[in-house]
Each structure stands twice: as C-alpha cells, then as structure tokens.
Design a protein around this ligand. Structure first.
Ligand SMILES: Nc1nc2c(ncn2[C@@H]2O[C@H](COP(=O)(O)OP(=O)(O)OP(=O)(O)O)[C@@H](O)[C@H]2O)c(=O)[nH]1
Ligand SMILES: [Mg+2]
Ligand SMILES: [Zn+2]
Length: 321
C-alpha cells in the first residue's frame, strides 16, 4: 500500500521546512557551503565539497533522512562541520527493510546498473523488484553481465531478453581481464552519476576499482576522515571518476529487494509487458489464474509474454499492500 501523508503531516513537514529556511537566512552566506554526501557512517555524513575536500559532518536535528548522492548545505560550528539542509532530490532509489521502513540507498542518480554474473546465479525476481523501484523515478538503467570469462553452457541468461522486450535497457558484458569491455563500460559512465547494485559477489567493487584507477587513494582519504581503519562495501559510497568525469556509487550486495513501500500503480509500471495484456482480459476482476477470457494466459500460450514475468508480477502484487 502506498503510504500517503495526511494533511496534518504535510503541514508539519512544511512548517519544519520554513523553520529550517529561516534558520539558514540568519546565517552569514559566506559561512554556508554546498557539498555532496559520499557516504554515511553511523551518525555522521561524509560530505565532499567542489574542491574534493571530505568532511565528517554532524547532522542538524530534525532533518529528513540524507543518503549517499544527496546535495546538502553545511556550515562550521566551532570548526565542526554540520549539515543544515538537504537540497531537493531529483530522484532516489529505495527498498523496504525490516519493519517496513523505506530504506533509502542513494539519491540524484543519472543511471542505475544492475550487476549480474554467472556466479552467484542471477535472480530474475530480484531484478524484477529493482526495476519497479527504478521505474518509480524513470531512472535510465542497464544490466552489466560481469565475469563474462566464466560464462559456459550451463549459464542461462535468456531472461535478459524478457527485459529487452519490455524496457529500454542497456546490456553490457564485462570481465576483469578484458580491457576493451571495461573501456566500453567506462564510456557509459562519463559525465553522469551512476550506481552499481546487485547481489553480493557479482563484482561491483571489482568493477568500481577498474573504473577508477586511483580508487585506493580515494578510499584511503575516506578512511582517514571517518577514522575507521578499513573501508569495505558495508557502506554505499560515491567515488569520482578521474578528471572529474563523473561519479560512481558502489553499494553493498543484497539478497532481496523489497518494494512493499510502493503503490500498486508503481508495481504495474514495473511490468509494462504484463499489464499490456491484463488490460485486455475479459473480466476487469480477472485473477489471471485460469480465469475465462484471460488475455495474460493467451499471451503466454502464444509466446507473446514470458510466463516467468507474469508469475513474478502476480507474486509481487500478492505480497504488497
Ligand atoms: N572470474 C572473474 N571473477 C571476478 C570478476 N569480477 C570480480 N570477480 C571476483 O568476484 C569476487 C567478488 O567480487 P566483488 O567485487 O567483491 O563483488 P561485490 O559485488 O562488490 O560484492 P559485495 O561487496 O559483497 O556486494 C571477487 O573474488 C572477485 O575477484 C570477473 O570479471 N571475472
Ligand atoms: Mg563490494
Ligand atoms: Zn487475466
């Protein structure tokens, strides 16, 4: 079920915003800085300014949740950086974690790459769920098939065609040991903010390393600022491509991707290939399960629609609101 804000909640939020803006007005504009959040560590945000200085910043109370990729205004209070305001987001990627709370992953994305590999075996139902969240903001997306060197007769990527039929989607084949494939991927990242998402172990961090030759320097600088010795992919982190050619966010691997915070309408938008037929069923309350006059069943029988996608659609509808 989509959780819509009540009128009261709306009022409370806009009052809070007015308070925040008033607080900003009283500040000397010279003491206000713009930065981009490159990671979140416990109660702190790592904020990088235009000169690529990284600050470990506190967060002014009552601010909404701020994530990797967000742009913010910050100031210094007794030399300690403090984030005062979140600049409105162009878009966001979110899933639901335990207890049904929307869990923001990253914001202000120009494109999202779902990384898959022959091993660990791809999960099309995971990709279906990612697609619903991605379509929510119409963010351009692609699938990276990594570890191309490990593809053999046992690998089955036929499900990718289902996505190509339904979406405008880039497919990029990569392998760590294939420089040409890495160059092609790099070309796709230039001038944009991109994020790598997907299961653990598919090679998101390895690819990030290949895209940014001096990545270890950036991670060292981040670790020096956080005070945490070792920087792993436990935190979603934004890195800059060389020569400021763009930004790349590496995210920790997921097992599942829950989209229960999205509305039925969003779920429909994630399955244009299926809803094309649900609209044509004889009865408007058709369950698409052996119901008479079901256009979905007909489409599957005539090889116009993937049975797997239709099942996935019904499964996701069943578990949502
Ligand atoms: N054969 C082969 N192995 C690869 C390739 N890319 C990555 N690997 C290996 O796959 C393993 C996992 O790579 P990571 O980059 O840590 O995977 P990840 O997606 O970042 O995993 P999480 O951070 O847990 O989400 C490592 O042992 C890599 O060396 C590739 O193109 N070919
Ligand atoms: Mg990783
Ligand atoms: Zn039907």
């Amino acid at each position: 079920m989509a959780r819509r804000l009540t009128k009261k909640q709306h009022e409370r939020i806009s009052n809070k915003k007015v308070e925040q803006i008033d607080a900003l007005k009283s500040l000397d504009p010279d003491s206000l800085f713009k930065g981009r959040v490159i990671a979140q560590h416990g109660p702190h945000l790592m904020v990088e300014n235009a000169e690529h200085q990284i600050y470990k910043a506190n967060i002014r109370q009552n601010l909404e949740k701020i994530v990797c990729g967000d742009y913010v205004y910050f100031t210094f209070e007794n030399d300690i950086p403090v984030v005062l305001q979140l600049i409105a987001r162009a878009n966001e990627l979110a899933r639901v974690s335990y207890g049904q709370h929307k869990k923001l992953i990253a914001a202000n994305l120009d494109q999202i790459f779902i990384v898959i590999a022959p091993k660990p075996e791809p999960s099309p139902s995971l990709i279906d769920r990612y697609l619903i969240a991605i379509r929510e903001f119409n963010i351009p997306m692609g699938i990276i098939v990594n570890k191309a060197d490990m593809i053999d007769e046992a690998s089955d990527f036929s499900f990718i065609e289902e996505y190509q039929k339904a979406f405008d989607i880039k497919i990029i084949l990569t392998a760590q040991n294939n420089a040409e494939s890495l160059k092609l991927l790099h070309d796709e990242l230039v001038g944009k903010t991109s994020i790598f998402v997907g299961q653990s172990g598919v090679g998101k961090s390895s690819l990030t390393n290949k895209m940014i030759p001096e990545l270890s320097l950036q991670t060292q600088r981040i670790s020096a600022t956080t005070g945490l010795g070792n920087h792993t992919t436990s935190a979603t982190t934004l890195y800059y491509l060389n020569d400021n050619a763009g930004a790349l966010i590496d995210s920790p691997g997921v097992r599942s991707f829950n989209v229960d915070h999205l509305s039925i309408e969003s779920i429909h938008n994630g399955f244009p290939d299926v809803t094309e037929y649900t609209k044509q069923c004889k009865f408007s309350n058709c369950n698409h399960l052996q119901d008479p006059g079901c256009a979905v069943e007909d489409a599957i029988e005539n090889n116009l629609l993937s049975a797997r996608r239709a099942e996935s659609y019904l499964q996701i509808l069943k578990t949502s609101g």
